[in-house]
Structure formats: structure tokens, C-alpha cells
Ligand binder design. Structure first.
Ligand SMILES: Nc1ncnc2c1ncn2[C@@H]1O[C@H](COP(=O)(O)OP(=O)(O)OP(=O)(O)O)[C@@H](O)[C@H]1O
Ligand SMILES: [Mg+2]
Length: 359
């Protein structure tokens, strides 16, 4: 983190009057004063609150375009790190499927991050929350959101320099703009990967249910951890089931365990969200499920890259091979999971207190 630059930019919030409306600036941020943010959010009034996450609350702000302001709670070193990483990473990236940073503010007791406001909220709201019953997400919209999120990840993994691993891909971090275009958000856990490095070992961060086994168990992080999380997200988009469900008796079942028996029986219609009322493209549904299963393979080396995922989701010729491969794999598997590591991981997930995620 270039702290000098970071603090210079913070100051610039306060300098608007001196700088004026500088449209020809060479940095991507808008310039806000704290007064403007307070005015826009009605002093962080409860009525303006959109939601709350692990690190703070998000408020809607009235400005010409509409803003969302994340107000980090507490001034712990973890919150400080989340703020620094988010601002550093978002300052580097620009892509149609990544949430845009509009600015930020830091003072002795306040850390604020200003984003574009996403009027259609997050995928979570549509799949499991207040908007789920209205079913605004028809099948074509779901597929375009899946492809858009995947394209955002292609940019992070393959185009950004250095490459970026997001580490917290999940439904609440996929926001939807006015046209339901997907915007991947929340870069507070992201990691920059230096040239030539294939994986790194780190403390586990992220959200239970979306974590790749090698990452959850050994902290081994690489782009394929995001691919795994994306696979879980894809199944969630298709089925509107949560990544982890609590069964009667307290046992936990993950979405891959839920979907596998239907795939083995070829009962793909049973996988689709019942709210779609059968209105989906069957071939597309089948290939999307197969792609998700490839993404969630227990061995990271068997997972595709996000470039392949986008190609397959867009219906490239190779998709037939993916479908056949997975069908063979499931036939060979019989009814038993063969991968002991993965079994171990599933056991770990089912006993969720055995490792800590997200601090
Ligand atoms: N730019 C935005 N526009 C509209 N809603 C947003 C925006 N940014 C965040 N939100 C919403 O605000 C809520 C809180 O977001 P936040 O990222 O703090 O937490 P989260 O994603 O729910 O959980 P976590 O802390 O695990 O990431 C979420 O419902 C999110 O969808
Ligand atoms: Mg979030």
C-alpha cells in the first residue's frame, strides 16, 4: 500500500474548494468533502441505511448520480487493513463488471468509502431476501449476471497487473445496476499476486460455504479459489439455494452435495429455482450446472480458468466436452465421494466452528 498516495487522496476530499471541478484530473476519484457526504446521507440516518456487513454499514446518499457510502465500524487494525486494501485495489481496477470506487475519506475516527449506488441491490436480496418473491431475475437475466460476474473475475485474474484474487466471491458481493448488469464488489480481502507466483499461503478469509477446500484447510490461495467460489455462486444463481443448508438434526449440507444426486439422475429441472416456473433454457441450464461442477472440483488443478468459464457459459463448442467429462466423472464416482481431502473439507464445513473465517 502506498500510504503517501493514500493520505494525499484522503486530503483531496477536503480540498474541493481549492481544486474546483477538476474534470481533467489523472486519477479516477471524485472529490467529496465530509460535509457533502454527511449531507448526502442525512448524517448517516438510519432511513438511509442499505445494509450492514462484517466491517460496517452501507448508506445510500443523495447526489446527482446517487452514491453508496460504506462507513467502517471501529478503528481496529483489521478494519484499517480492509479499508486500505479496498481503496488500493479499487483504485487500480476499471471494468464494466466491477463496482466503481467514487472516492474515500479518512480522518482520525472515520473511514468512508464511496461507491456508485446500485439500485437493484445485491444478488442475495433477489435470491434469498426481500426481492426474492418478486422474481425479477428471469433465466436470461440470471445467465447474464453469471457471465458478467465471470467476466469481472477474468479481468482480475488475467488482465489486471499484478493479478488480483478477490477471495470473497459470494452473492452479497455481486451488485446489480439499473440494467441488472453484475458488478463484483468488496475488495477488502483481495490479494495482489506478483508476476510468476502461482499460489501463496495466507490466513483464511472469506465466507463459509464459498471457500475452496485447499484454502479452507491449508490457506493455499490462488486464482482457482475464486473459481471454486464462482462455481458455488453459479449453482446458487441457478437454484436459489443457499451455499450451506442446515438439515434437521443440525447437519450441514453444501450446495454441491445437494445438486450431485440430481445431476447423476439427469433430473436437471429439479435443480432450477422453482420460482422460474420451468421457464428456462434446458440445454443452457445443464451446461451451466456442469460448468459449476467443474469449478467446484476438489483438486484445484482440475478447475478451469475463468477465461474458460466465460467461454463455456457463452456456449462455446467445448461445452459439450465439459458435460461429457462431468458425466463420466459422476459415473465413476458411483454414490461415493472418492476424494478424501474433499471429504475432510466437507466434514470441516459441517462442523463450522473448527476454523475461523472472516475477522
Ligand atoms: N454500492 C452499493 N449499492 C447498493 N447496495 C450496496 C452497495 N454496496 C453494498 N451494498 C449493500 O449493502 C449491504 C452491506 O454490504 P457489505 O459489503 O458491508 O456487507 P455484506 O456483503 O452483506 O457482508 P460482508 O461484510 O460479509 O461482505 C449489502 O446488502 C450490499 O448488497
Ligand atoms: Mg459485501
Amino acid at each position: 500500500m502506498n500510504w503517501r498516495r493514500f493520505f494525499c487522496c484522503c486530503c483531496s476530499f477536503e480540498e474541493k474548494d481549492q481544486i474546483g471541478e477538476n474534470k481533467s484530473r489523472d486519477y479516477p476519484w471524485e472529490i467529496y468533502t465530509l460535509k457533502e457526504i454527511l449531507h448526502a446521507t442525512n448524517n448517516f440516518h438510519d432511513d438511509n441505511k442499505i445494509g450492514e456487513g462484517g466491517f460496517g454499514s452501507v448508506y445510500w446518499g443523495r447526489t446527482s448520480k446517487g452514491i453508496a457510502v460504506k462507513r467502517l465500524k471501529g478503528m481496529s487494525s483489521k478494519a484499517e487493513m480492509e479499508f486500505a486494501v479496498e481503496v488500493e485495489i479499487l483504485g487500480r481496477v476499471r471494468h464494466k463488471n466491477l463496482l466503481g470506487l467514487r472516492g474515500f475519506y479518512a480522518s482520525a475516527d472515520e473511514r468512508l468509502i464511496v461507491y456508485d449506488y446500485m439500485p437493484n441491490h445485491s444478488l442475495t436480496t433477489h435470491l434469498h431476501g426481500q426481492l426474492a418473491a418478486d422474481c425479477f431475475l428471469d433465466w436470461p437475466r440470471r445467465m447474464s449476471i453469471a457471465i458478467g460476474s465471470a467476466e469481472g473475475l477474468v479481468y482480475l485474474h488475467h488482465e489486471a497487473n499484478p493479478h488480483i484474487i478477490h477471495r470473497d466471491i459470494k452473492a452479497s458481493n455481486v451488485l446489480l445496476d439499473a440494467n441488472y448488469q453484475a458488478k463484483v464488489a468488496d475488495f477488502g480481502f483481495a490479494k495482489l499476486i506478483p508476476e510468476g507466483v502461482t499460489h501463496m499461503t495466507t490466513r483464511v478469509k472469506g465466507t463459509l460455504g464459498y471457500l475452496a477446500p485447499e484454502y479452507a484447510m491449508w490457506g493455499k490461495v490462488s486464482e482457482s479459489c475464486d473459481v471454486y467460489s464462482f462455481g458455488i455462486l453459479l449453482l446458487e444463481i441457478i437454484s436459489a439455494r443457499k451455499p450451506l443448508e442446515k438439515l434437521p438434526g443440525g447437519v450441514k449440507r453444501d450446495i454441491v452435495q445437494w445438486v450431485t444426486p440430481y445431476v447423476k439422475k439427469g433430473a436437471f429441472d429439479r435443480i432450477a429455482d422453482p420460482r422460474l416456473q420451468g421457464k428456462f433454457d434446458r440445454a443452457q441450464l445443464k451446461s451451466a450446472v456442469m460448468v459449476a461442477l467443474r469449478c467446484t472440483e476438489s483438486n484445484p488443478e482440475n478447475r478451469p480458468s475463468m477465461l474458460e468459464v466465460v467461454k463455456w457459459l457463452k456456449g462455446g463448442v467445448e461445452i459439450r466436452k465439459v458435460v461429457t467429462d462431468i458425466e463420466h466423472m459422476l459415473e465413476e464416482d458411483g454414490d461415493n465421494e472418492t476424494d478424501t481431502d474433499f471429504q475432510g473439507f466437507r466434514g470441516l464445513v459441517q462442523n463450522q466452528n473448527s476454523f475461523k473465517v472472516k475477522y
